[in-house]
Design a protein around this ligand. Structure first.
Ligand code: DO4
Ligand code: MG
Length: 289
């Protein structure tokens, strides 16, 4: 199932995507006011799938229109894993003034995990992701993103963009929260594909294209088979002595790093496609210093 939210003349609706058709579930009952509530009411992914299938029978169908999409849910929190691909390790070791840290964490038993967002700075499809006003070197980070329930069970997967400032992190790794957390610094969407449809999260193709004007200024692809750690391993570290709410996101790290002379610029459009999920497309806004 592909879970989404969209805007209509009647406010924000929740729906499921089936081919080019969206089943608008919002009127199906009070539990369908938002995905976290529908999931909590159903108690499990299996329960949610069953209640959605029932609700679909009486739901209105509307054509799929990307322009109406919102983030598929408002994340309770976004956590992110770092240096989980060789390419990320190389890029960070190049940019940092403190050599060795990224080499170490790539091979360490404990992964790097950090709190990316409270949900406040995250946008959905079509909304702008931002470049900090005090950063001279910023990049998108396309990441397979795991959607978790409050028991740390995998509900599904979405496309994530961990927008980051390379110069701020490169100056000092202790500046990581400033390099990672600011207005419009993350995006998720366009849908959540439920876990039953993604039996092998480490076998998905990720593609990114950055368009400037009419030209693609960066294009790249990677397969999640290159991810150094199992999804379960990352979730296992997140759950240690921790508590989360349903619909918390865990981004799994990036491997697509544009060349070192590239920086994201206001007006660019970032397109990230992940197999079985879809394409997350966001324009870029330059913030003032
Ligand atoms: O160590 C900094 C963050 C790394 C990261 O976000 C990534 O590898 O995706
Ligand atoms: Mg990242």
């Amino acid at each position: 199932m592909k879970l989404l939210r969209f805007e209509s003349g009647h406010g924000i609706r929740i729906g499921v995507l089936d081919g080019e058709t969206v089943y608008d579930l919002t009127a199906a009952g009070p539990g369908f006011s938002d995905w976290a509530r529908a999931y909590e009411d159903a108690g499990s992914l299996e329960g949610l799938v069953a209640s959605v299938e029932r609700a679909k029978r009486t739901s209105r169908k509307v054509p799929y229109d990307y322009r109406t999409l919102r983030a598929p849910f408002v994340p309770s929190e976004i956590w992110a894993a770092g240096v989980t691909y060789l390419r990320s390790r190389e890029a960070r070791e190049t940019e940092t003034k403190l050599k060795g840290l990224y080499d170490y964490v790539y091979s360490a038993v404990r992964p790097e995990l950090f709190l990316k967002d409270s949900g406040l700075r995250c946008v959905g499809p079509g909304d702008p992701v931002c470049v900090r006003g005090d950063s001279k070197w910023s990049v998108p980070e396309p990441e397979l993103s795991v959607v978790l329930d409050a028991k740390f069970r995998v509900v599904g997967y979405t496309v994530g963009n961990d927008v980051s400032s390379r110069d701020i992190e490169g100056e000092n790794p202790l500046y990581l929260p400033q390099a990672k957390v600011y207005r419009g610094s993350s995006a998720i969407g366009p849908v959540v594909t439920t876990a039953d449809e993604v039996p092998q999260p480490r076998a998905l193709e990720i593609r990114m294209r950055i368009v400037r004007g009419s030209e693609a200024v960066f294009e790249g692809s990677v397969n999640t088979s290159q991810l150094k750690r199992e999804v379960d391993e990352l979730v296992g570290y997140l759950r240690r002595s921790n508590v989360i709410r349903t619909f918390t996101v865990l981004m799994t790290g990036t491997s697509l790093v544009p060349p070192d002379d590239f920086t994201l610029t206001g007006g660019d459009v970032v397109e990230i496609e992940i197999e079985k999920i879809g394409t997350l497309r966001n324009p870029v806004e330059q913030l003032r210093a």
